[in-house]
Design a protein around this ligand. Structure first.
Ligand code: SF4
Length: 720
């Protein structure tokens, strides 16, 4: 810079896309005309990526620099038919606080809901949860992470006694058998995938098994690809365990000392002889047996799993059945071994830590546990009985409640439910019927913003400060490199400003102020205090420590010099008696069967270079080079049978809706199955994205919707 008056800064932060949580260095220029991000590179010191970045991470500077579509000022409308008008922050904040408080006074504390995002920072999440559960007294606070990993949470809690994976990224390099289940890591977690590739190059004895109905890029690189029929994972894992028991390849001493419930599971497994299981899955029995042998004989078996298991009405069972394989063979708590759920979003894990779901309280406390509630009321200085004692409305149910009037108002922060929830028409209808909708977002052109009565312009990545936790429980700092554009403010500032105003209206006389929180470091300190003595104890951490020593894994109690890379190494689990639990997991088919009318199974998923609804990645032409347009993939034989050819426009239709897409012939999907990416939304397609046809059925335990399976039919598009 020198004489030009331009100053350059380099700021360490964390990538805003996936749950790998890569460290980055943001280069910014600051001059008389303002500040801008000019470059982003991988942080060579960050233990998630050691300087590597994937195609999305590489382009962060260009996407962050683009002002296109940014929300720049608060907007408000008083009537639904009016257009929103720009207002100043004072009016916008007062309006939100006033309308929410009035609705609560009229209809009770459960008449409002908060719908958050795994893109929010831990500190943001913390304040929203304190506002909802602590001040308003409602558990109606849920998040798009419900769509991503809640089945993994349910299964960890049921099997191991606590949420969070027992594993760490180092295990990627130490595993000898890697089982990918419902994970296209090559596209969805590219930097982890590169670490795995490097490890296999160094040690050719490493074997990869990929369980996926699609021949994804991950599956194409497998030593064994089990192309199971969609929704049959439980039968597969049960069959594998049946074989291992039969061959006596289980760890009887581990089972006897560290687990409970094995006999009840064994009763269920009797029905899953390899031949029966392989038949259900539609794979050769020899492949199932081989997978079981590789898993059981390996000195270290690691399972990596993701949306293919989680986004299912039987998501919890799928996770449990896989965890059973690890418990029964003692493949857990040791280097290179264990069940390892990969989080989709950058801070799905941090949201869980602060209780960012309708089913939990801060620091992994249970909402239905009297002791947990009393303890949190004491720590927050709340009167007894203030915290809700029942779970609130999880994502899909929250919008159903808006639709039928049980919920009057919703505050949506940093997410686009009209695009991401299944059965989009229902979500649109819900928002159209709501009495009051607040949308807080960095972008104005999402499918959800048109429903906003108040639009609160939020800072985006590179403009805000706090922490995120990645898939291996590692907490990294996120830092602002430039100020937000226009009138945009950080999510934390917005949440605190509304919270203080609502506290003035709803607070209890004489109660200490709940939201005297001076910025993200102070919010973090408060969160840390709540974790002390819990399984995720981070009593030894604060922002200053993370700044000085870099990213750290939890637990990290006071006095620790390092976090725990692995959990349960001593065979003691987080259950009352320290034993892990087996649960009977019979296989059940997906919620929506195919029939003569809807004979095909629709799978949905991600593409390599895009992220979610493409608010960021969709603004960069380079990121469309790999997959330039939306498409429906079908195998050539199924297309020929229907008289369809590649490039033709086809109509995909379910019981809920339809959309028109170009057909792409691909051997990636097998006969009877079609695939569409979930990124394109109503911004790009007049009908909305693929979720218009997906179905809202949920897993009874995790409340996660079955986004990965719907019965559809496909025919030539008709425009008549
Ligand atoms: Fe970002 Fe994930 Fe790519 Fe890393 S792997 S650069 S966290 S998108």
């Amino acid at each position: 810079g020198g004489g030009s008056g331009i100053r350059r800064t380099r700021t360490r932060s964390t990538c805003c896309y996936c749950g790998v949580g890569c460290g980055v260095v943001i280069e910014a220029e600051h001059g008389p005309a303002g500040s801008r991000i000019v470059g982003v590179e991988g942080d060579p010191d960050h233990p998630a990526n050691f300087g590597r970045l994937c195609s999305k991470g590489h382009r962060l500077a260009e996407t962050a620099r683009s002002d296109a579509g940014r929300a720049l000022q608060p907007e408000l409308r008083h009537q639904r038919h009016e257009a929103r008008r720009a207002v100043d922050w004072g009016i916008a904040l007062d309006t939100v606080a006033h309308r929410l408080s009035t609705i609560i006074a009229e209809h009770g504390r459960d008449s409002v809901g908060f719908y958050l995002s795994g893109q929010l920072l831990t500190e943001d999440y913390y304040v929203f949860n304190k506002l909802a559960k602590g001040l308003v007294g409602t558990a109606n606070v849920d998040t798009n992470s419900r769509l991503c990993m809640s089945s993994a949470v349910s299964a960890y809690k049921l099997a191991l006694g606590a949420d969070g994976p027992p594993t760490c990224y180092e295990d990627l390099e130490l595993a000898k058998t890697v089982l990918f289940a419902g994970s296209n890591a090559a596209h969805a977690h590219p930097v982890l995938f590169r670490r795995l590739e490097a490890a296999r190059e160094c040690d050719p004895s490493v074997r990869w098994i990929v369980v996926d109905p699609r021949r994804t890029d991950t599956a194409a690189m497998a030593d064994l690809h089990l192309a199971v029929q969609p929704g049959t994972d439980v039968a597969l894992f049960n069959g594998m365990l049946h074989h291992l028991i039969w061959e006596d390849r289980i760890d009887r001493s581990f089972i006897a000392t560290h687990t409970a419930g094995f006999d009840a599971l064994k009763d269920v497994l009797r029905d899953y002889a390899p031949r029966t299981a392989a038949e259900i899955c539609g794979i050769p029995v020899a492949d199932l047996v081989e997978a079981a042998e590789w898993f059981g004989r390996s000195p270290a078996s690691l399972s990596l799993y993701c949306m293919g298991l989680n986004q299912s009405v039987h998501g919890t069972d799928k996770n449990l059945a896989l965890i059973h394989l690890h418990l029964a063979t003692g493949q857990i708590g040791r280097p290179g071994a264990g069940p390892f759920s990969l989080t989709g979003q950058p801070n799905a894990m941090g949201g869980r830590e602060v209780g960012g779901l309708a089913t939990m309280l801060a620091a992994h406390r249970d909402i239905t546990n009297d002791g947990d509630r009393a303890e949190l009321e004491r720590l927050w200085g709340l009167p007894s009985g203030r915290l809700p004692s029942k779970p609130g409305l999880p994502a899909v149910a929250m919008f159903d409640a808006l639709r039928d009037g049980r919920l009057k108002a919703v505050w949506i922060a940093c997410t686009n439910p009209v695009h991401s929830l299944p059965d989009n028409a229902r979500v649109r209808d819900a928002l159209a019927r709501a009495e009051f909708v607040v949308v807080q977002d960095a972008f104005v052109d999402t499918d959800t913003v048109p429903f906003a009565d108040v639009l609160l312009p939020a800072a985006s990545w590179g403009e805000k400060d706090g922490t995120v936790t990645n898939s291996e429980r590692r907490i990294s700092r996120v830092r602002a490199a430039v100020p937000p554009p226009g009138q945009a403010r950080t999510d934390l500032w917005i949440a605190c400003e509304v919270a203080r105003r609502m506290e003035a209206r709803l607070g209890v006389a004489g109660q200490p102020a709940l939201f005297n929180l001076a910025g993200p470091a102070a919010v973090y300190d408060e969160h840390v205090k709540l974790t002390v003595g819990r399984d995720l104890d981070i009593g030894g951490l604060d922002h200053a420590r993370l700044d000085a020593d870099g990213p750290q894994q939890w637990p990290f109690p006071a006095g620790a010099t390092t976090g725990a890379s692995r959990r349960y190494g001593d065979g003691r689990f987080e259950t009352a008696d320290g034993r892990a639990r087996f649960h009977p997991t019979p296989w059940r088919p997906p919620a929506e069967p195919t029939n003569a009318q809807y004979p095909l199974r629709l799978l949905t998923g991600r593409l390599r270079d895009q992220w979610h609804g493409m608010s960021r990645t969709g603004r960069l032409p380079e990121l469309f080079a790999h997959s330039p347009r939306p498409a429906l993939r079908m195998c050539p034989a199924d297309a020929a049978r229907r008289g369809l050819s590649g490039g033709m426009l086809v109509q995909v239709e379910s019981r809920r809706g339809r959309l028109v897409l170009p057909l792409e012939l691909s051997d990636e999907v097998s006969s009877g199955t079609v695939f569409a990416a979930m990124h394109w939304s109503g911004q790009h397609l007049s009908s909305g994205g693929i979720n218009v046809v997906c179905q809202p059925a949920v897993d009874a335990r995790s409340q996660q919707p079955e986004l990965k399976h719907a019965a559809v039919r496909v025919q030539p598009a008709s425009f008549g």
